[in-house]
Design a protein around this ligand. Structure first.
Ligand code: GLU
Length: 301
């Protein structure tokens, strides 16, 4: 038994689909079954893609499927100064550099013969001061600011992962690259998700992160950042995604099924149907003891 917390942290960019709601229920079950508290956080760091209306609807749906959380709902937009402190610390440690690349520059560099897919090719990592000045001027001339990237000292990192099939002996090792810490662009577009998540989880005493399998590859980057910032290590639990019968995963962007789209006369009926489907897909045994959860993907038909 521990005294830490689990959490669920949706991004308010649309209604949660049944896969998201299922993960939320699992996150609470896992936290409670391991003697932890359970927190809810609205991940609204990306202001352009987040909306208050969406956050309200997500909270309503989470409550409707009987999720309960401790304390008030945290919001990333309330803790921006904490991200600044974390970034400053990395800057002081000489671990941050400006990156002047556009998406197109990165895509082009990624096609080079020795490029590793998905990894920043390091174009701006070792520029001279004179080169930086020139790049900065070029960017300013088109009204853009540079991104800030981490000068990573490792190429991979190992995390505690207690569920995923991709873990060995309770650990998962994955890529770490010079990730963005603060986005660049036409104006200063804010802190990057990886930095924010690490700071937020520490602030809320989170020591267990249950989330969809699609974020497994982000875990080593996040854990490495936590290590550099001397923040506590968390335990990860990446659970299978809900798939369509075609094998594609449910995703907000292609209109995945949400609670409100379920058949039913009233919102309460739809919510009951959503929770019944979630419970059936998890099973009574795994609801009581989530370590018994099946590793098989779940299909929504
Ligand atoms: N807010 C992120 C999302 O909805 C998840 C963050 C996390 O669980 O670490 O994709």
């Amino acid at each position: 038994m521990t005294h830490g917390n689990g959490r669920y942290a949706p991004s308010p960019s649309g209604d949660l689909h049944l896969g998201n709601l299922r993960t939320a229920v699992l996150a609470e079950a896992w936290a409670r079954a391991t003697g932890r508290g359970f927190r809810l956080r609205i991940d609204d760091i990306d202001a352009a893609r987040s909306s208050e209306i969406s956050a309200d609807r997500q909270l309503e749906d989470l409550e409707a499927v009987c999720l309960t959380w401790d304390g008030s709902v945290a919001r990333q937009s309330d803790t921006l100064e904490r991200y600044e402190v974390a970034l400053d610390r990395l800057v002081e440690d000489g671990l941050v550099y400006e990156c002047y690349c556009s998406r197109k520059d990165i895509a082009e560099a990624a096609r080079a013969p020795h490029a590793v897919p998905g990894r920043y090719p390091g174009t701006c990592r070792d520029l001279t001061d004179a080169q930086r000045e020139q790049k900065l001027e070029e960017l300013a001339a088109v009204g853009r600011v540079p991104a800030l990237r981490l000068r990573a000292q490792v190429t991979e990192w190992s995390v505690r992962e207690v569920f995923s099939d991709e873990a060995t002996d309770g650990r998962y090792t994955g890529d770490v690259d010079d990730m963005v810490l603060r986005r660049g662009g036409a104006q200063d577009t804010g802190f990057a998700y990886n930095l924010a998540v690490v700071v937020d989880d520490t602030l809320a005493g989170i020591d267990q992160v249950v989330r969809g399998d699609d974020l497994l590859s982000s875990a080593p980057r996040q854990a490495y950042l936590a290590h550099l910032l001397e923040l506590p290590e968390v335990e990860y639990v990446h659970v299978p995604l809900v798939l369509r019968p075609t094998g594609q995963r449910l995703a907000k962007r292609d209109g995945a099924v949400t609670l409100r789209q379920l058949p039913g006369e009233t919102y309460a009926e739809k919510a009951a149907a959503a929770r019944a489907w979630i419970d059936a897909s998890i099973g009574d045994a795994a609801l009581a003891d989530p370590s018994l959860l099946s590793h098989e993907p779940v299909t929504w038909e």
